[in-house]
Design a protein around this ligand. Structure first.
Ligand code: ZN
Length: 111
């Protein structure tokens, strides 16, 4: 027979016993219980399968973009828009404001 779970184990045990870190010890004990691991179904989603991105076939057929920062700036360009071509590894670094909109970002990419 398996345990009822960490919370119920702690709740029941705390009616009779108490020690420092009893809650985390209960949680740890339940997590490591061999019977529970063998007999209970997982209640969380599995991690899934890591699959690599498809390899692009030509330059700039796909790009990866990200913002880094904020960095100290005197001219209101605290972020850097990083545009990477995964095929060639070519990277554009575009200084932008923190208040940049998605439309303005798209216009920068089109230029
Ligand atoms: Zn158990």
């Amino acid at each position: 027979m398996a345990h009822m779970g960490a919370y119920k184990c702690f709740k029941y045990g705390s009616q009779h016993f108490y020690w420092m870190s009893m809650r985390s010890h209960s949680k740890d004990y339940i997590r490591r219980c061999h019977l529970c691991r063998m007999n209970k179904q997982p209640t969380t989603l599995s991690d899934g399968v890591v699959t690599p991105l498809p390899v692009p076939r030509e330059r700039f057929s796909s790009i990866a973009i990200d913002f880094t920062g904020p960095f100290p700036s005197a001219n209101n360009t605290e972020l850097i828009l990083v545009v990477l071509d995964p095929f060639t590894g070519f990277t554009y670094l575009i200084p932008v404001s923190q208040n940049i909109t998605s439309v303005a970002t798209a216009n920068l990419l089109i230029e």
